[in-house]
Design a protein around this ligand. Structure first.
Ligand SMILES: N[C@@H](CCC(=O)N[C@@H](CS)C(=O)NCC(=O)O)C(=O)O
Length: 205
């Protein structure tokens, strides 16, 4: 299968999961400003939504939306323990976290990426994100990962999105447990591999 990605974007999360699960994935880099893949293909012809992440499966079908891709990849290798079985309460809690990361954090960062966003809006965005970081800090004070003792697809997503604080000069050092989580995940060999492959080792937590 092919994973369409842009360095450091939310596509880093499925990239990490693909490596953690040892799945055979071909990475295809996308220039989001030009809507072109690294081989010069029109990305919008591949994914009409025009954004990453996107996966094209062996049968040529397209799968988009980070939370869906993460679950698909996690479910390909149940023995990797990256996603509890479908239908279990653990799985619903995993989906709860994926939704939190997607709607409260991933989209919460949105205004910071837009150069046209006024400074006042950027400041309010950072304040709102800080309330979410405070909540995460409380959770991660009690357990090393979002759902408990083991690393899951939700942690790959959280790591990817919180890593954007490095791109927007957002200091999370006062959130000690969240900062420790970032360091813990960044030290995972497969995460380091993914960061290196995307040319991100310097910016990572
Ligand atoms: N709803 C999508 C949003 C994906 C998204 O925000 N992708 C960003 C990178 S993190 C992107 O490709 N932006 C370029 C664009 O929207 O044109 C998801 O959850 O996967």
């Amino acid at each position: 299968m092919k994973l369409y990605y842009a360095p450091g974007a939310c596509s880093l999360a499925p990239h990490i999961v693909a490596r953690e699960a040892d799945l055979p994935v071909t990475l295809v880099k996308v220039d989001l400003s030009k809507h072109l893949t690294e081989t010069g293909e029109d990305f919008r012809a591949i994914n009409p939504k025009g954004y990453v992440p996107a996966i094209v499966l062996q049968d040529g079908s397209l799968l988009t939306e980070a939370a869906a891709l993460l679950q698909y990849l996690g479910d390909q290798q149940p023995s990797a323990g990256l996603a509890p079985a479908n239908g279990t309460m653990e799985r619903y809690h995993l989906i709860e976290w994926l939704t939190f990361v997607s709607t409260e954090l991933h989209k919460g960062f949105g205004p910071l990426w837009n150069p046209a966003t006024p400074d006042q809006v950027k400041a309010a965005t950072k304040e709102r994100l800080a309330t979410r970081f405070a909540y995460l800090d409380e959770v991660l004070a009690k357990q090393p990962f979002l759902t408990g003792e083991t690393f899951t697809i939700a942690d790959a997503y959280l790591f990817t999105v919180v890593n954007w604080t490095n791109f927007h000069a957002v200091d999370i050092s006062s959130f000690k447990h969240l900062s420790d989580f970032m360091a813990r995940v960044a030290a995972r060999p497969k995460v380091r591999e993914a960061l290196a492959a995307e040319g991100l080792l310097k910016q990572a937590a």
